[in-house]
Design a protein around this ligand. Structure first.
Ligand code: ASP
Ligand code: MG
Length: 457
């Protein structure tokens, strides 16, 4: 028997039909001999709605709060009705109780005309607290041995409301007490993601999108064999489908590759959220709840060796290149420090950097302070700025192993003038900068060359 965490995101639990599909997936896992622990997000849109209500309450908009509470209560009650014959039973009272608690917090915010982070967390948590109750009750009625577990009795955190930091050992202890015995009994614990509990008993949240993080934390706390993140896409793709036609599914990638790609927006989940799992060597699988047989993407610390030349390609468009040249840089020290201090002073992150003995070129994404930065740099160097550029990045652990890949990539792009080229120390990425207008053709060309024959795992 493998213990697995199955986490379902907002769109996978958006309504009764989606929850019915979730139940089928959980049943399938049980039939396959797995022991699942289920983690659910709020229904899609609910967290935004709740935070909006906290805002409205802080402005004293009692009508908006009233209507919002009605709507939330109705959405959950209706979903329960569609899923259960017995929806007027205990689940109705549980929904009413949660809505009553929520109303009380919103009224306090309204009276104070202020949404303290502690109050806002309690409001935001309602989405997961409501939904995990509905899902647990529905599973129960449909013959699955589900057991609702209040995530606040398991996920222990500090008191940084809105972005709480999980406490590993207390969470592990709590999980050993509230989750592991259920699993051992062949029951299916159902918990809300995103929410936790501070040492003083206050409800906390892990930050937006935090349910993936919860899933990884629960998985790490119970030494799960696998963590499954069920979402509404098949997994990671070899390129952005908005830029490249027919990208392929990446079957397997390393945590390092996932982190490189996340910067380029190629993220299905934020890699840092699965770090607790990766450090414990627990594989994380991204799966599509609407197409469970699509295969998904497996993320591990160190995937098995394979012969793909690269894993994926990604781009970041609309960046600005700043070239800084000075003959004084020749044989001098301290020049780069002055350059980077200027960017730091204007709080502007620098992304790609290439240097020669007399010049340094950087890209920035945030253009807001470029005029001031350029003026400051001109005090000690020649500066030129080029807008409408793009970063094209090739990512793969195999770049390290196969020395011919980099030359193959650059050779493939022979028709596209490359403005900067950089291979980082990790040697798992090769980064190029070129004119933004060339990106669609360059990406497609490169993708065809690298993935057409290679296939994917
Ligand atoms: N419901 C929370 C959010 O929307 C957490 C999550 O879905 O991951 O941010
Ligand atoms: Mg999410």
């Amino acid at each position: 028997m493998r213990t697995i965490v199955m986490k379902f995101g907002g769109t996978s639990v958006a309504d009764a039909a989606a929850i019915t599909q979730v139940m089928a997936l959980v049943r399938r896992a049980i039939d396959a001999g797995d022991a699942p622990v289920v983690v659910v997000s709020a229904m899609s849109g609910v967290t935004d709605r709740l935070l909006g209500l906290a805002e409205a309450a802080s402005r004293g908009q009692a009508d908006v709060v009233h209507d919002g509470l009605e709507e939330l209560s109705r959405r959950h009650a209706e979903t329960a009705h569609r899923l259960m014959d017995n929806a007027a039973g205990p689940i109705a009272r549980e929904i009413d109780q949660e809505i009553a608690d929520l109303r009380a917090v919103l009224q306090a915010i309204e009276v104070l005309r202020h949404a303290h982070p502690r109050a806002r967390d309690r409001v935001a948590a309602s989405g997961e607290l409501l939904n995990s109750r509905v899902v647990a009750a529905a599973m129960h009625e449909h013959g699955l041995p589900a057991e609702f577990v209040d995530a606040r009795s398991v996920l222990m955190t500090d008191t940084s409301h809105g972005q709480a930091v999980p406490l590993g050992d207390p969470t592990r202890e709590a999980a050993a007490h509230h989750v592991v015995p259920l699993v051992r009994d062949r029951r299916v614990p159902v918990l809300g993601g995103f929410v936790g509990c501070a040492p003083d008993g206050a409800t906390t949240t892990l930050g937006r999108g935090g349910s993936d993080y919860s899933a990884a934390l629960f998985g790490a706390a119970i030494d799960a064999a696998e963590i499954q993140i069920w979402t509404d896409v098949d997994g990671m793709l070899t390129a952005d489908p908005r830029v490249v036609s027919a990208p392929r599914l990446v079957r397997q990638l390393s945590f390092g590759e996932a982190s490189e790609l996340a910067y380029f927006g190629a993220k299905v989940l934020h890699p840092s959220t699965i770090l607790p799992a990766v450090t414990r060597d627990i594989p994380v699988r991204i799966l599509n709840s609407r197409r469970p047989d699509a295969g998904g993407t497996l993320i591990t610390g160190t995937p098995a060796a394979d012969d793909r030349p690269v894993t994926a390609i990604a781009c970041k468009r609309g960046v600005t290149v700043i070239d800084v040249t000075s003959t004084r840089m020749l044989m001098a020290y301290g020049f780069l420090r002055r350059v980077f201090e200027t960017f730091e002073h204007y709080r502007t992150p620098v992304d790609v950097v290439t240097t020669s003995e007399v010049s340094v070129s950087v890209t920035v994404d945030d253009r807001r302070h470029v005029p001031e930065i350029v003026a400051a740099l001109r005090e000690f160097a020649d500066v030129s700025v080029e807008e409408d550029m793009a970063i094209l990045c090739v990512v793969g652990e195999n770049l390290r192993q196969r020395s011919d890949t980099a030359s193959r990539v650059i050779g493939t792009l022979a028709a596209f003038p490359l403005r900067m080229v950089s291979q980082a120390a990790s040697r798992r990425n090769l980064t190029m900068v070129l004119a933004d207008s060339l990106v669609p053709d360059a990406m497609q060309h490169l993708h065809d060359e690298l993935f057409a024959l290679a296939g994917t795992r």
